[in-house]
Design a binder for this molecule. Structure first.
Ligand SMILES: Nc1ncnc2c1ncn2[C@@H]1O[C@H](COP(=O)(O)OP(=O)(O)OP(=O)(O)O)[C@@H](O)[C@H]1O
Length: 940
């Protein structure tokens, strides 16, 4: 057993070994030099490459291998790992700090090469660099030994893997790492030596891979890296050519094996090594080409940058572009030095000190993205395709206009009555729709006249009719009235209101159908409708509903799609998706993409959750640019009347057979000959009462539609107890917060309930008796009043309207009168109209009810109808009759045979005001008040 070597002995042996190596290398160099002088080029010659290396180099370096060798990636901060031996004895360990364009990658992001992945005849180098702050690249200050070392290759490919710098290297320190001798052209002279040093170092990277196969030797005539141009002749003879090519987020150096180059690689950050490599006389390395064809890195070419490499970026950065206005987009990405340098090349760059974000004009979007793709450590996602489609013109040449220019549409073919009545903002809406090819979501606030605009847009495309109008069933007849009102050129026969599942969907030029009936009748749709209006289009927000499933295919085929909704989404962006694709089927073909961007989509154990919201500013911009037009009341208040009245013709189909029979019987009574005046009056009261009963289902349907449409707070006025009860009961059933004030509500309670309603932040409905709550109360937190029933005295109606239209009201107020055909409303409405007209003429009312109903055919051709009207008129104008009628109506009991007894009658109680008058006196007083108003309405 031999004694272990002493330290001194070991040192000597090593020195001798080094000397022998040096001598051998010199010898080789001389031989090689001879060969090159005689005109032989070795580099890149595979046949020669096969011959050489194993004979010419020290064993540990030159053993040819035919497969790749992998060194496992190790923890950069662990020095102990550094000594880990290669898996393959034919390989050698290189320490190559890798810094790709100054950007460092996290260790966990690094890939581990596999033997099988390295193609033969290539060298794959991979390295990890620790934080620069701790370990500036070491570079030998020794002179090069003057020989090349390595196993020759026909071609070698060096693959660099980006590294992490988890400690976020400060700029100064990073720079110091660049101020090494290597930077100034002093690369290491001996690969082995360097490798040994690296081995001993604890501060350098710990992993590198090299794979070699058959080798060729590329000797160099002179060992100094600082070869000057004076040696160009020599250089031409022996220079190895190579180039840098991009490979994903790394770049490769394609070049024949060159030991000096390897030494450079292992000693320098990557960006520097390209420069240092170029200073090697034996190397001609083309730097990486950029997208614009330049070979200069964006990070160094920007103004004020020197050729020195920039400070390293700190990590792989990933981000995306987000639209922030019609003209600008923002780069939402973390810090990267190279990216900042790239940003600075953009002419339109803006930096927001508060948000620390860069933004650019849209016209520079494509340029920025193309260039950013060349930054290996950066992933900057472009704007989604949908946005680039929507803003295509802005991407070409950005206009700073906050809204798109909309040309004036030629409406000469549309009924002049309609066109001349359009308010300026409504005309702008029509222009917008036509500029969008008749496909839009008109999302104007409630009461801004979406109906008139939709009819005008549809009329512009009249040549493409038949027209389909899909609406909530409670407003089918209101739409019919609107068509008749605004398009006098349209014959009433051309309008087909689909009432039952047996009706034809295509019978008219204008076909009006409810959502629910559409889903039943869709099979009838042999020929597609080219023009479609969808009222309250948020009814389509859930793609799983039958309504949506029926409507979407119709909309997909239609050429013009006019969606109307004052509340397109009530709670989350996901609700907008179906409406967006109804207008623009090419936008976000997959909901998931929409969900990821705008619904803050999150993966949950049960699937994806799309109930959130994200990027709402961008979504708004997208909608406004390409899909939606929305004006709020406050935007156009100056163009609006203080009150917007609307007559809602409720569906006759909703009146059931028994209610219809009761109504008809009552009408018959009124017109039967030989009836006393009193009997006629009783018949009239019965008719009035039966009307209330018959309207209940329609009233409830309308209120529920309003709630579904997102109307938040409104008042419902009714007169009969049966109606008030039915509405309240339904609200309770649907758990809608509500208050009720009727004749039985005490004065104190009235105030409390009123306050409760005023302060409520949630949905709330105030169910109010026309006669008990028409004065002394303020409900200005609502801006919508629904009259479930008509009342013969317009003064009472106006008083009731003014519960919302009063001081404190900042908005234009919507008033909806629900009117049922074939009921007492047929007579009451003209009566009210007539009275109001007189009031207006006397300058006592700015109200113009007649405007709303001029399309309603109340010319009673039937003598019976005329008789009833006369009876109504007489009854309500005669002194004292009002009182009698009111009492009779209030005591209506639908259950009783006569309908006039009082079991379920409305209890008027002491609710009129604060006084403690008797019920009778109160009634009298109210009538006095009405009479005062009525005095103005009597014929002058
Ligand atoms: N230019 C106009 N001239 C006369 N009346 C108008 C005009 N624009 C709207 N109106 C009237 O204003 C009322 C409200 O209009 P419309 O019902 O179309 O509003 P909307 O936007 O559809 O409201 P909602 O969202 O509540 O349905 C209607 O009575 C309508 O006739």
């Amino acid at each position: 057993m031999s004694l272990p070597l002493t330290e001194e002995q070991r040192k000597r042996i090593e020195e001798n070994r080094q000397k022998a190596l040096a001598r051998r290398a010199e010898k080789l160099l001389a031989e090689q030099h001879q060969k090159t002088s005689s005109g032989t080029t070795i580099a890149g010659n595979p046949s020669q490459a096969k011959q050489g290396p194993s004979q010419n180099f020290p064993r540990e370096f030159c053993k040819p291998v035919s497969h790749g060798v992998i060194f496992k990636q190790q923890n950069p901060s662990s020095s102990s790992n550094y000594d880990q031996k290669p898996h393959n004895s034919h390989s050698f360990h290189l320490s190559i700090p890798e810094q790709v364009k100054g950007i460092w990658k996290k260790p966990e992001e690094m890939t581990t090469a596999c033997p099988g992945h390295s193609p033969p005849h290539q060298v794959a180098l991979t390295g990890i660099s620790p934080p620069l702050a701790k370990s500036p690249p070491e570079v030998s200050k020794q002179q090069p030994l003057g020989y090349n070392l390595g196993q020759g290759h026909a071609q070698a490919s060096i693959r660099s893997i980006p590294f992490a710098n988890p400690t976020h290297e400060p700029l100064a320190k990073a720079k110091s790492s660049q101020e090494t001798p290597a930077c100034s052209g002093q690369p290491p002279r001996d690969v082995k030596l360097e490798a040994n040093r690296a081995k001993a170092s604890t501060s350098w990277q710990n992993t590198s891979y090299i794979h070699s196969s058959s080798g060729s030797v590329t000797p160099r005539p002179e060992g100094r890296l600082q070869q000057t141009s004076g040696s160009s002749l020599q250089r031409a003879a022996v220079t190895q050519k190579g180039k840098c090519v991009r490979n994903g987020d790394r770049f490769q150096v394609l070049i024949g094996y060159n030991a000096e180059l390897l030494a450079v690689f292992k000693s320098l950050p990557s960006k520097i090594y390209v420069e240092a490599a170029q200073s090697l006389p034996t190397v001609n390395l083309q730097p990486l080409e950029w997208a614009d064809g330049s070979s200069e890195s964006p990070s160094t070419s920007s103004a004020g940058q020197t050729s020195l490499p920039s400070a390293p970026s700190l990590a792989f950065v990933k981000g995306r572009c987000i639209l922030i206005s019609r003209a600008y987009f923002e780069a939402d990405i973390s810090y990267s030095q190279d990216l900042i340098a790239l940003f600075k090349q953009m002419d339109s760059r803006r930096y927001d000190v508060k948000t620390r974000k860069w933004s650019f004009l849209l016209e520079e979007h494509n340029k920025l993205i193309t260039k950013a793709r060349c930054l290996p450590q950066v992933q900057l996602d472009p704007l989604p395709t949908t946005l680039t489609l929507a803003f295509a013109s802005q991407l070409k040449k950005t206009s700073l206009n906050p809204t798109p220019d909309v040309p004036e549409a030629d409406l000469s073919e549309v009924d002049p009555k309609l066109v001349s009545n359009l308010m300026p903002f409504q005309r702008a809406g029509v222009n917008f729709a036509i500029a969008k090819g008749g496909r839009l979501l008109l999302a104007d606030d409630m009461g801004l006249g979406k109906t008139i605009q939709a009819i005008c847009i549809a009329a512009f495309y009249r040549k493409e009719w038949p027209l389909l109008v899909v609406v909530p069933s409670s407003v089918r007849f209101t739409w019919e009235q609107a068509f008749l009102r605004w398009l006098p050129s349209l014959s009433p026969d051309c309008i087909n209101v689909v009432v039952t599942g047996k009706d034809r969907l295509t019978a008219g030029l204008v076909n009006i159908v409810s959502f629910d009936l559409l889903s039943k009748l869709e099979k009838q749709l042999k020929t597609p409708f080219k023009v479609v209006i969808i009222d309250e289009s948020h009814f389509l927000k859930n793609s799983r509903t039958a309504r949506c499933r029926a409507a979407m295919p119709v909309l997909k085929i239609a050429k013009r799609v006019i969606l109307l909704s004052g509340t397109p989404a009530t709670s989350r962006p996901a609700e907008l998706y179906t409406q967006i694709i109804a207008v623009k089927p090419t936008f976000f073909p997959q909901f998931h993409a929409f969900g990821l961007r705008y619904c803050d989509a999150k993966r949950m154990p049960w699937g994806w959750d799309y109930s959130g919201s994200s990027n709402l500013g961008e979504l708004k911009l997208l909608l406004e640019e390409a899909v939606m037009l929305r004006r709020l009341k406050s935007d156009v208040l100056s163009q609006l009347p203080a009150k917007q009245r609307k007559i809602v013709v409720v569906a006759p189909g909703r009146i059931n057979a028994s209610a219809r029979a009761a109504l008809d019987a009552a009408a018959k009574e009124m017109t039967t000959k030989d009836k006393t005046k009193q009997q006629q009056k009783e018949a009239l009261i019965l008719f009035f009462n039966r009307t209330a009963e018959a309207k209940i289902p329609s009233v409830i349907e309308y209120i529920m539609d309003l709630l579904e449409s997102g109307k938040e707070k409104f008042l419902v006025f009714a007169h009969h107890k049966v109606v008030l009860d039915a509405v309240t009961k339904e609200l309770e059933r649907k758990k809608v917060p509500h208050i009720r004030i009727d004749g039985s509500t005490s004065s104190a309670e009235r105030e409390d309930l009123c306050q409760q309603f005023q302060l409520s932040q949630r949905h709330a409905v105030a169910v109010l008796s026309i006669t008990a709550a028409n004065m002394g109360l303020t409900f200005s937190s609502a801006d919508l009043v629904v009259f479930a029933e008509l009342f013969w005295n317009p003064g009472v109606l106006i008083q009731a309207e003014d519960r919302v239209h009063r001081i404190g009201q900042t908005s234009s107020v919507g008033i909806h009168y629900l009117v049922a055909k074939g009921t007492a409303d047929d007579y009451l409405w003209p009566l009210i109209q007539e009275k109001i007209k007189v009031l207006g003429e006397a300058g006592l009312s700015e109200t113009n009810f007649s405007e709303m109903t001029e399309a309603t055919d109340y010319l009673y051709k039937d003598p019976k109808q005329q008789k009833i009207y006369d009876l109504f008129q007489k009854s309500f104008e005669e002194e004292g009759n009002d009182m009698e009628l009111l009492e009779a109506a209030e005591s209506f009991d639908p259950g009783s045979a006569s309908g006039t007894s009082g079991s379920s009658s409305q209890d008027i109680g002491d609710t009129l005001d604060e006084s403690s008058l008797t019920a009778c006196t109160q009634k009298k007083r109210r009538f006095e008040f009405f009479d005062n108003w009525d005095s103005f309405t009597s014929p002058l």
